[in-house]
Design a protein around this ligand. Sequence first.
Ligand SMILES: Cc1ncc(COP(=O)(O)O)c(C=O)c1O
Length: 450
Amino acid sequence: MNADDFELGADYAAERDAGDPLAHLADRFYDPDDEWYFDGNSLGLCSADAEAALDRAVAEWKDLAIRGWTDADPPWFYYGERLGDRLAPLVGADESEVVVANSTTVNIHTLVGTFYDRAEGTKIVVDELDFPTDHYAVRAQLRQRGVDPDEALTVVESRDGRTVETEDIIDALDDDTAMVFLPSVLYRSGQLLDVAAITEAAHERGILAGFDLAHSVGVVPHDLSRHGVDFAVWCSYKYLNSGPGAIAGLYVNEDHFDARPALAGWWGHDKETQFEMNPTYTPADDAGAYQIGTIPILSAAPLAGSLEIFEDAGETGLAAATDVADATPTDAADAVAAGIEAVRVKSVALTEYLVFLVDERLPDCEVGTPRDPERRGGHVAIEHPEAYRVGEALKERGVVVDFRPPNVVRVCPSPLYTSFEDVWEVVEQLKRVVENEEYEEFETRGGGVA
Ligand SMILES: Cc1ncc(COP(=O)(O)O)c(C=O)c1O
């Protein structure tokens, strides 16, 4: 799809919505009244499905109490593994390679630590536009091993302050590199990195490759096993809509099931013998080993409901994409795999349309996200010198976006609940704010959550 395929006007947006096979899914989400919500890349909306799954877990707690660990559906004892099974098709992995556990930052600590211990070489390659927690955790892991992060961290620089070039990443790999650890999508500009090419280049040099998928899981399909990615982490409160601080997910390639987790805990112990309470730690022989403490069931349950929406997206998306009567996926895993493909098709169309409208309607703003959809995740960075105040003025108008310093308003059309009409409307609101300089009425930035 290119810019020539789009037209201006609310009628055109309504027509696109009428032809959108995923449009009906929006009804399953709670959308705060009188708001255009474009912040799903920070916190996804609550769905009736997520709420029902949480209610189910609470009901099981009431009815079963301690017996929930064995008698709930699925038993809480295996809840992390079973959710991992259901997530695996979203990231293109085997069920045994995925588990939900901990938070993203904790998972970075345990996986970077584990794989660093396993790798040859001393350096870790990151990039200068990473989300800060990734650098904090990597540096801490190096320090804990007596390695000076200022020496061992190779930080790939951006040429334009927005994006990172694959060739610059590859050029940074040398004989002393242990691993690359990079995001799949940069949190500010929304650039989608080439996970396959980076992994291949790393492996050719005997280097391990890990990724932070926080900004791509649930909006961009992945093929982690096929590409041989060594490990990955992600959160489920963005495009997976599982609630503030929801449990995170992780992937470990099966070739590494013999590794010893850097952060050991009883929940990652081999399940068969966990309750023998042996003081010697025997890790599970799959990704489950990277769980640490008891799974927080109430922070995990909403994800079980959210995944049902991806299954439905797969069923409706597939049926719309083909006339073949037997297009219905045969099982839940196929449905989730088809669901993420359908979500990506809609996401690309929405961001493409948003970029088109910014170009056409907002001459004072610039698009900071790559224009090639193959290099773009689920959100668009709209740049303006007064981005912070523009964001504040938009909030006043009922448009929820976020600001990232120094000059970016991040606008996220989350494909499960955002319509083309929403996108049209948001750009119209932005036009009023910018053209009439409505942002002048707002204070310049203090501190706090943006
Ligand atoms: C790329 C990336 N990694 C990690 C995090 C946060 O990790 P945690 O859930 O541990 O706070 C974020 C939060 O937005 C993020 O964007």
